[in-house]
Design a protein around this ligand. Structure first.
Ligand SMILES: Nc1ncnc2c1ncn2[C@@H]1O[C@H](COP(=O)(O)OP(=O)(O)OP(=O)(O)O)[C@@H](O)[C@H]1O
Ligand SMILES: [Mg+2]
Length: 415
């Protein structure tokens, strides 16, 4: 994690259309083949004051010195991870007063510190506070507070002891044992419930950054969604979508969103399908270390997913024997539907939750696998053959942008 203390911008693309685009790197041994983050940097200049933070949020405003004390001066050995925003440190606070506590006492927290050179920055910091300060659900990570002092911007979260799903699926270190089939299905269900809540009338939020690194696990492997920096209010009234700058992560972002910037809840459903496929296969959405035909997981896996005979070529060999073929096919069928090229063929998250509940029940009732209960999802084998959205699909993404997309696409990539 040494890179947390050196310049993290690994490269910077030449300005296009007069706008600076950045490529911000990630650390980690096993991340070379990981996905790249897309975000346009035409962020309007905004007032950078406490006034931007919604008054109703019930968050603590920490001073920088408090967080310095809580993390023992951001000690390198307390780094939990690093993303495009900056490093995440482990710290301790008193559970009642929320002031810095001795290491090992009180409540453990995770403190995310924005890099000065971050490609994400103030807007995402603010969005995180304003969304997570308002939204509460057992499958969303809890934001405890924030710090805004001079140029310092930090976020303080509940500590998630098991780290990210990404680490569990893709890190080969001995600390990360491969997640079992049962745990994968439980994590998928928890994450689906988080998205279901966001899409519900109570929240009406499009998450826009659903990916394995943003799914965090507590000590009981309960999954919670983190990182609301890219979240957007869903469309209102008769509108079918919200128009946005194209932001997200290659490999996870829905093709029609990449092509048009039109964002709907179904874009999140597509990303959910990608993560489900990552869980089934143990492969990354984009993996540059694989042979060229296998680098894009969705494109490579699609032909295998609906075949009882061929599905095993996709399944993660490390969990072989832990599931019935009927459950594997059901999970694969769910992924196929979420990944439909045409957004309207993708299920609502409510239906995804129901399907995953059945799969989880099937795990609980070992031995009676797969045969009971009505499938809440249509078996829609034709969805990927159905009327197709004319898409610039993920295969066409090269050098950071869809090859045939001519619009104002600004794409700093994180690799
Ligand atoms: N609340 C937390 N508890 C424990 N570990 C955390 C917590 N938040 C983040 N981490 C760790 O820090 C890592 C970096 O998180 P961060 O959200 O900054 O980046 P990312 O999601 O990996 O990438 P990106 O910036 O592209 O979203 C996570 O993958 C996870 O391992
Ligand atoms: Mg994250």
């Amino acid at each position: 994690m040494g890179s947390c203390f050196s310049a993290r911008i690994k490269a910077e693309s030449p300005p296009r259309n007069g706008v600076n685009t950045k490529y911000a790197g990630k650390s980690g041994n096993d991340k070379s083949g990981s996905s790249s983050k897309v975000s346009s940097s035409t962020v309007p200049s905004t007032p950078r004051t406490q006034g931007e933070i919604l008054q109703s949020s019930n968050l603590k405003s920490f001073s920088f010195s408090e967080l310095k004390a809580a993390t023992r001066n951001f000690r390198p050995d307390s780094v939990l991870g690093e993303g495009g925003f900056g490093c995440v440190f482990k710290g301790w606070i008193d559970e009642h007063s929320l002031t810095a506590a001795k290491p090992g006492t009180g409540t453990v927290i995770a403190v995310k510190r924005l890099n000065q050179e971050s490609s994400q920055g103030h807007q995402e910091w603010l969005a995180e506070i304003n969304y997570l300060g308002q939204l509460y659900h057992p499958n969303l990570v809890k934001l405890i507070g924030y710090c805004l002092e001079d140029d310092h911007r930090l976020l303080v979260y509940e500590f998630m002891p098991k780290g990210s799903l990404e680490n569990h699926l893709f890190r080969r270190a001995s600390y990360f044992q491969p997640l079992s089939w049962n745990l994968r299905m439980k994590v998928a269900l928890d994450a689906a419930k988080g998205l279901e809540y966001l899409h519900s009338d109570k929240a009406k939020v499009i998450y826009r950054d659903f990916k394995a690194s943003n799914i965090l696990l507590d000590s009981n492997y309960r999954a919670k969604l983190s990182d609301f920096g890219l979240a957007k209010d869903g469309p209102t009234g008769s509108k079918s979508h919200v128009s946005t700058r194209i932001m997200g992560t290659y490999g996870y972002a829905a093709p029609e969103y990449m092509a048009t910037g039109h964002l709907t809840a179904r874009s999140d459903v597509y990303s959910f399908g990608v993560v489900l496929l990552e869980m089934l296969s143990g492969r990354r959405a984009i993996d540059k270390n694989r042979p060229s035909k296998e680098q894009n997981l969705v494109e490579w896996a699609r032909p295998y997913l609906s075949s009882k005979r061929r599905i095993f070529q996709v399944m993660d060999a490390r969990i072989q024997g832990q599931y019935s073929s009927s459950d594997a096919l059901k999970a694969a069928n769910l992924a196929i539907q979420c990944l439909s090229a045409e957004p309207k063929y993708r299920p609502h998250m409510e239906a995804v939750v129901k399907a995953l509940e059945q799969l989880n029940n099937s795990n609980d009732n070992d031995g009676s696998k797969g045969s009971h209960g009505e499938n809440p999802l249509r078996v829609n084998r034709s969805s990927s053959n159905g009327p197709k959205y004319h898409r610039k699909n993920v295969n066409e993404v090269s050098n950071g942008k869809p090859a045939s997309y001519a619009g104002p696409y600004i794409s700093p990539l994180r690799t």
